[in-house]
Design a binder for this molecule. Sequence first.
Ligand SMILES: C[S@@+](CC[C@H](N)C(=O)[O-])C[C@H]1O[C@@H](n2cnc3c(N)ncnc32)[C@H](O)[C@@H]1O
Length: 218
Amino acid sequence: MTDAPAPEDVALPDGLVRRDFGGGETLATEGPVVGPEATDGDWRAWDASRSKLAATYAAGLDPGLSADATVLYLGAAAGTTVSHVADVAGPTYAVEFAPRPVRDLCRVADDRDRLFPLLADARKPESYAHVVETDCDLLVQDVATRGQAEVALRNRQFLADDGRLALAIKARSEDVTGDPTDVFDAVLDDLRDGYEVLETASLEPYHDDHLAVVARPR
Ligand SMILES: C[S@@+](CC[C@H](N)C(=O)[O-])C[C@H]1O[C@@H](n2cnc3c(N)ncnc32)[C@H](O)[C@@H]1O
C-alpha cells in the first residue's frame, strides 16, 4: 500500500474536472442533470458527501475511472453516482436489487445511451453474466450489505487482468457494533483471496465509518 497523494494531485480522466460552482472546487462531469445538484452550463457538480466514489477522489485515491472504460457498478441505487460515471466512461452496467430505486435509475439511463440498468442481486453474478461484458476496466462496488468482500470476489470474473476494483466498505453493514478498524481489517483479509489491495483511505468527513479501497485482481 502507498500513501495517498493530496486530492488535487490525483490525475483526472478526460470528462472529469475540478470546478467551482460557488462554494469551492468540486468534481464535475458533463451530462444531463439528475435531481437537485449544482450546475454550470452542462457541467454537473459531483458532490463527495453524496457519493463514495467522489469521496474516494477527495481522499486522494485514484479509483481507476477513465474515459471510455467499461464499468460494472454494483449498488447503483437511484443512479446519483453512476450517472457521473456514465458521463465519463464507456459502457456502464449498473446493478441494483431494490425495485424502487431502479425505477429512478431507469429514468437516469433514459438520457444516457451508455448506461445499462440491471435489476439484479450482486451476490448472484450468474444472473447478469449473459449481459455484462467480461474484461471490464473498472468494478465499482457500493453495496451496503453484509459480505462486501464476498460480493467483490464473486464479481471479479468480470474484470480484466489489469482492471481495478473501487470498493467502499461500510463497517456497520458488516457488523453494527464492531470497531470499524477491526471490521475493515477483516473485510480486507477476505478480499485478498482474489485481489491485491493497492490503496485504502477513510472516507471521513464525507461518509462516517467507510473505507475506500482500490485493488486489482490477482
Ligand atoms: C449506499 S447505497 C448506493 C448508493 C449509490 N452507489 C450512489 O452513490 O448513488 C447501497 C445500495 O446497494 C443496494 N444493494 C445492497 N445489496 C445489494 C445486492 N446484493 N445487490 C444489488 N444491490 C444491492 C441497496 O439497495 C442500495 O441501493
